[in-house]
Ligand binder design. Sequence first.
Ligand code: EPU
Length: 337
Amino acid sequence: MQVSENISLKAYNTFGIDVKARKFISVSSSEELKKVLQQTYSSELFILGGGSNMLLTRDINKTVLHIGLTGKRIIFETEDEVVVEASAGENWHQFVLWTLKQDFGGLENLSLIPGNVGTAPIQNIGAYGVELKDVFDSCTAIQVQTLEEKNFKSEDCKFGYRNSVFKQSLKGEYIITSVRFRLSKKNHELRTGYGAINSWLASQKINKPGIKDVSNAVIDIRQAKLPDPRVLGNSGSFFKNPVIEKSEYLKLKETYPEIPCYPMGKNIVKVPAGWLIDKAGLKGYRRGDAGVHKNQALVLVNYGEATGEELLDLSREIQNKIHTEFGINLEPEVNIF
Ligand code: EPU
């Protein structure tokens, strides 16, 4: 267990925001975690995973509890399938690469997503046509007050678009300590239809792609569009893609015939927030060190010294402009503290 006082959280959030934590404890096992939970009121704790989906706007006057549990193991396997478990503090992308090295299929489309394994179910991470829920088997979590360990099956998690029970009714109640994934060992089902994956494979003259090729495609496509948080602070998509009525979409289409959409159901569609922000002329827009990324308007970036407040102000300016121009409310995807 590592304990420090009054330290900067700059290295612990991918936006690179320089706020301070009154106390900081990093735990590396469930036992250590339970000990801290026993000794500290849950209202005094601020839980920190990979710090990749948060905007910190002020000093944290609480004990920041960093979930540093590591380890991965095979739980169960048949000829066709394997269930692997990773501890919450494992880096997501390193874990994905490890599964690919074992030739386990399922996570390739989710390559290069920042953050840790334990926070992936909270917002049901997704990219290139795959969501965590598609490969999720179960997760183990500890109730912060009773210390009771509970196993959550997929249906218990109530996964939705960038959403789960851990963001809703159970918010702040449980700390996820490990996650199990159900992956394929052979006859991998490739999902290459989304975005530019197929055209990337064709450009590389790969006719019979495998899971590693799909991962390489995703890595290349992401690197071209999304800034590397180690170089330019960011939190991935800052807003969710708004879901609107089809009638509203058709009305917008009269003015903007090229507006893209993803059908969601009979009467609703999802519109890319990045397209709206881009169309509103804000791609590459910059206010001090807070900006809209030049290659992907859905990503806000910290050019160096931006404060959380400045990024929040910028996000509000964007929300206002999108509301004025398109009548659409953008909701943040990142958690704001
Ligand atoms: N677009 C623009 N201008 C931009 C950005 C996007 O016109 O500046 C257009 C694109 O041309 C495309 C559409 O908007 O027609 C969608 O863009 P893209 O395929 O890049 O995906 P997205 O909807 O912006 C979502 C996820 C990403 C995920 C990608 C790929 C959300 C909020 N974001 O982005 O997730 O990587 O799809 O699957 O659902 C994240 O959550 O942090 C994240 C990066």
